[in-house]
Design a protein around this ligand. Structure first.
Ligand SMILES: NC(=O)c1ccc[n+]([C@@H]2O[C@H](COP(=O)([O-])OP(=O)(O)OC[C@H]3O[C@@H](n4cnc5c(N)ncnc54)[C@H](OP(=O)(O)O)[C@@H]3O)[C@@H](O)[C@H]2O)c1
Length: 320
């Protein structure tokens, strides 16, 4: 396996691994602690030093941060400075008018709760998890600035911002001398919308970018092409963003990509990840993993040769 490669996050001093590990799934209340510990240990061994969390990851919400916080304290405390840890606030966390969205009240209380669950004094990045149509952007951005100035976060990040708000938010952050470190959004072979939306702005604003669901939650491994595996995200009733209907809707395109991968002599997982890494504006590809083996397979996409032009052309020919 090639060594993990690192890319600079925009114009900042931060390098991120080409493959980062997200804890949206597989680290919640029902997760096996030994498997979680083994995945974090393997990630560090492979050079995957960036761990992406959010307050609502689980299920139940908060449990992924609790799991990671316990492991960090018990097994990896001495390695804190080798790790780059992010969290986010902005999705529903607690009842009442302050438990959701992008107010200063919600974001700063959310960050404090995250730090308690993570058993940390600070995170490396604190994100606004999503734009809030009903809160002035100035207020949301002011909360990120406060989080950094108070020392509870080293950098500020934005997640899922549409272009106009992303550009304004970056300007506001720059004026406060707390530049946006990176933008987080979805990008994979089945969803190329960001090529016209977020990616041009990331380059314009000179921020980093980290792209999530690179395997379309597992569909782009080809695992659903021969039926529904019993142990898989789509078969798991607690995972509400992927089910049999979604798998079926994308099956034809996945099969076409599988054929391209087979002809190119690689797995579909490799094709999907290496295709994302072709773009210099992408700082890191943010995967999820259920097992150490999945993590290893994903990590091996870093440091590979560029995909040949005929493979890229075949991918572009697949109808959206
Ligand atoms: N900002 C946001 O709003 C937002 C939204 C979504 C995600 N994210 C971040 O992005 C991270 C990654 O998202 P994601 O989990 O959707 O990423 P993904 O990499 O597209 O999907 C991960 C899932 O694919 C399957 N998989 C991964 N590697 C595999 C392999 N080698 N062979 C077979 N199956 C494999 C596993 O599912 P099964 O084995 O369970 O089938 C795994 O849990 C999240 O953890 C989170 O940090 C952020």
């Amino acid at each position: 396996m090639a060594d993990m490669q690192y890319r600079r996050c925009g114009k900042s001093g931060v390098l991120l691994p080409e493959i980062s590990l997200g804890l949206w799934h597989n680290f919640g209340g029902g997760a096996d602690t030994e498997t979680c510990r083994a995945m974090i240990a393997k990630a560090m061994e492979l050079g995957i030093c960036h761990f992406d969390l959010a307050d609502n990851y689980g299920p139940p919400p908060g449990s992924a941060e609790e799991c990671f916080g316990r492991l960090l304290k018990n097994d990896f405390a001495a390695r804190r400075d080798e790790m780059f840890i992010s969290t986010k606030a902005g999705h529903l966390m607690w009842p009442g008018p302050y438990g959701d969205w992008g107010s200063r009240k919600h974001l700063l209380a959310g960050l404090d709760q995250s730090l308690r669950r993570l058993q940390l004094d600070y995170v490396d990045v604190f994100y606004s998890h999503r734009p809030d149509p009903n809160t002035p952007l100035e207020e949301t951005i002011g909360a990120l600035v406060h989080a950094v100035r108070s020392g509870k976060a080293l950098y500020a990040g934005l997640s899922k911002y549409p272009p106009s708000q992303f550009n304004r938010a970056c300007e506001m952050l720059r004026e406060e001398k707390v530049p946006c470190l990176l933008h987080q959004f979805r990008y994979n072979l089945l969803d190329r919308a960001c090529e016209k939306a977020q990616l041009p702005d990331v380059e314009e604003q000179q921020t980093g970018s980290i792209v999530f669901s690179p395997l379309a939650q597992g569909m782009l491994t080809g695992k659903y092409l021969n039926g529904m595996p019993t142990v898989s995200r789509a078969a798991d009733e607690s995972s509400v963003f992927l089910d049999a209907n979604k798998v079926e809707a994308d099956a034809v395109r996945v099969a076409e990509y599988q054929k391209i991968a087979t002809e190119a002599g690689m797995s579909l997982t490799q094709l999907a990840l290496r295709w994302l890494l072709r773009r210099d504006e992408i700082t890191s590809v943010l995967i999820g993993a259920r097992t150490v083996e999945q993590l290893e397979q994903c990590a091996s996409a870093s440091g590979q040769e560029a995909l040949p032009d005929d493979v890229l052309a075949a991918i572009d020919a697949v109808q959206a």
